[in-house]
Write a protein that binds this ligand. Structure first.
Ligand code: HPA
Length: 267
């Protein structure tokens, strides 16, 4: 039996057979939504092969249960490329999600903004992305399925649903292009200017590998960024991980409103 099928069986034994409709990956400083889920929490350490995902101060866990009346699987704890040098660090968790029968994946992250009209505390819906980190989570995959079309990787229907939810909640949700840098160092001002020229609206160190893996697995994907800072050189404010964590809750409140509404209303 494959690892993911084995883990899915273990999870079903604990959390029940009903497949999650949505998988949710929570980004830096955005983990508290997991506590709102009524269900079963399983630490990654109990799931053999799951990454040792660094979330400062929190045990990374998978929470399976109900949020706004909908069955969800929430990954509170994400592994980043920069932790291991492996762009496929989230592959097993996403394979398990698929093995549980889930079909849709919502990703969240903290990001730096390249746009004056997206100040810290705002949220952005990803219309598309640029994989600027110079790698791909499917390198080494040998099946033909590795040639994943990415033309509509950010699902138009889910995006429209998220946009409608934001409107209904009175939350401004501009769309924009997210550019994936490897991290863990932040960008230089020249890199931020370059990303702008390339057509990016925000920068960050995650999410893109998970979108690629999600599409590889046939999951419908969409992602929202919470802006924690302006990109390097675009404001006088110093950029740091502590600042990211301190700022994330401001946008996280907006993100939570959108996601709750989206789950309540459905697609
Ligand atoms: N750059 C990359 N990742 C980030 C940033 C940033 O400015 N802010 C939050 N995550």
């Amino acid at each position: 039996m494959s690892k993911s099928v084995e883990l899915a069986r273990l999870i079903r034994d604990r959390a029940g057979d009903e497949p999650p409709e949505y998988g949710l990956v929570l980004g830096s400083g955005l983990g508290h939504l997991a506590q709102a889920v009524e269900g079963v929490a399983i630490p990654y350490s109990a799931l053999a092969g799951f990454p040792h995902a660094g979330v400062s101060g929190h045990v990374p866990q998978l929470v399976i249960g109900t949020l706004e009346g909908r069955r969800v699987a929430v990954f509170a704890g994400r592994a980043h490329y920069y932790e291991s040098g492996r762009a496929d660090a989230m592959r097993l968790p996403l394979e398990v999600l698929k093995a549980l029968g889930c079909t849709k994946l919502l990703l969240t992250n903290a990001a730096g903004s390249l746009r004056d009209d997206m100040q810290p505390g705002s949220v952005m819906l990803l219309s598309d992305h640029i994989a600027f980190a110079g790698t791909n989570p499917l390198i080494g995959e040998t099946t033909e399925a590795r040639f994943v079309p990415m033309t509509t990787a950010h699902d138009p229907e889910i995006r429209a649903g998220l946009a409608a939810s934001a409107r209904a909640e009175g939350v401004d949700l501009p769309e924009g292009v997210y550019c994936w840098f490897s991290g863990p160092s932040f960008e230089t001002p020249a890199e931020i200017r370059a990303a702008r020229v390339l057509g990016a609206d925000a920068v960050g160190m995650s999410t893109v590998p998970e979108i690629i893996l999600g599409r590889f697995l046939g999951l419908r994907c969409a992602a929202i960024s919470v802006v924690t800072n302006m990109g390097a050189g675009l404001s006088d404010e110093a950029i740091s991980h502590d600042h990211t964590k301190a700022m994330a809750p401001i946008g996280a409140a907006k993100l939570e409103k959108i996601l709750r509404r989206f789950l309540r209303d459905g697609l």
